[in-house]
Design a protein around this ligand. Structure first.
Ligand code: HEC
Length: 191
């Protein structure tokens, strides 16, 4: 038994001495996988519901299904997951300071020519003395989104009426295609 310890110790020391990169990489790829799973599922459901009942009939998808999908993924994976925006519709979708800085950086990077679909950011941050991994991925608009997030010409009167009823302080309109509507944001304490 002693022999095993003597052999294993240098290896353990070498691993411990390596900076946190291996861990960060693992957290990044985990967050990336979780974040990538939700938007395509949501898009499918949105598309189906819009075909069935028009955009006014699909408002519930973004209102109930999107948060429900985020909750389910949170429970499955242990990552806290939500959506935020600099021009939020849901009054709770306000970014915190870290998220706000990342969203502003996404806008800058997009303006400088980076593809909005590829914009992401992962970082280890210390909150109240505890290390957390935080990750954000941009959610760019596609044509379909503009039925509920576009300029007044693109948003039908029926949708406008419903949005006004549910979200009197709605800021999430006036977008064009391929603009950054917001981001999916994830965090988890480091192991
Ligand atoms: C059928 C209408 C509709 C369509 C289409 C739609 N959304 Fe939304 N979106 C909403 C509603 C309603 C909310 C508020 C949801 C809530 O109450 O949490 C919302 C919220 C969001 C949020 C969360 C931040 C916020 O402002 O509250 C993001 C991000 C978002 N939508 C992105 C998109 C993107 C990207 C698309 C296209 C792929 C899209 N939406 C298509 C209706 C829509």
């Amino acid at each position: 038994m002693k022999k095993t310890v003597r052999i294993a110790l240098p290896l353990a020391l070498a691993l411990a001495a390596a900076p946190g990169f291996a861990n960060d990489d693992k957290m990044l790829s985990e967050a990336r996988g979780v974040a990538a799973g939700i938007p395509p599922k949501l898009l499918n459901v949105l598309d189906e519901e819009i075909k069935k009942g028009g955009p006014e009939g699909a408002i519930g998808v973004c209102r109930e299904k999107a948060p429900a999908m985020a909750r389910a993924a949170s429970e499955q994976t242990g990552w806290a997951i939500r959506r935020v925006s600099l021009k939020n519709r849901n009054p709770k979708a306000v970014p915190d300071a870290w998220e706000e800085a990342v969203l502003k950086d996404f806008d800058k990077r997009a303006a400088a020519g980076e593809k909005p679909t590829g914009l992401e950011k992962g970082e280890v941050v210390t909150v109240d003395g505890k290390q957390m991994y935080r990750y954000m991925k941009a959610l760019p608009t596609q044509d379909l989104c503009l039925q509920c997030h576009g300029t007044p010409e693109r948003v039908s009167p029926a949708v406008q009426a419903k949005l006004k009823e549910f979200y009197p302080d709605d800021k999430a309109v006036g977008y064009a295609s391929a603009e950054i509507r917001g981001a999916i944001t994830l965090k988890k304490p480091l192991p």
